[in-house]
Ligand binder design. Structure first.
Ligand code: SF4
Ligand code: SF4
Length: 89
């Protein structure tokens, strides 16, 4: 699940949630309780419908790719491995 990074631009209007044909966007609260879209990337078919309906013109697919790339960083991979191991106990 990946959060839309450009929180400054996102108005939380939920248009992207409502138009996604895969239902893979959901609104989740941040640390301060404001709702922002999160995308289940494994479900996303990159149709671009969310972007076409976003009044703020946020490049959602581009953001997903940027986040995915950052998660491929070896430090993040190691951190995820450690968290997964800790949850196993
Ligand atoms: S690009 Fe992905 S997240 Fe956006 S509407 Fe299409 S399936 Fe949903
Ligand atoms: S449509 Fe755009 S502005 Fe509205 S919640 Fe989705 S990303 Fe944010």
């Amino acid at each position: 699940m990946i959060r839309i990074l450009d929180k400054a631009k996102c108005s939380g209007c939920t248009a992207c949630v409502n138009v996604c044909p895969k239902g893979c966007i959901s609104m989740k609260p941040d640390e301060e309780g404001f709702l922002y879209p999160h995308v289940e990337q494994s479900e996303c078919v990159e149709c671009g419908k969310c972007e076409r309906h976003c009044p703020q013109h946020i490049p959602i697919r581009q953001e997903l790719k940027a986040v995915k790339k950052s998660l491929e960083n070896p430090v993040y991979r190691m951190a995820r491995w450690i968290i997964k191991r800790m949850k196993a106990y």
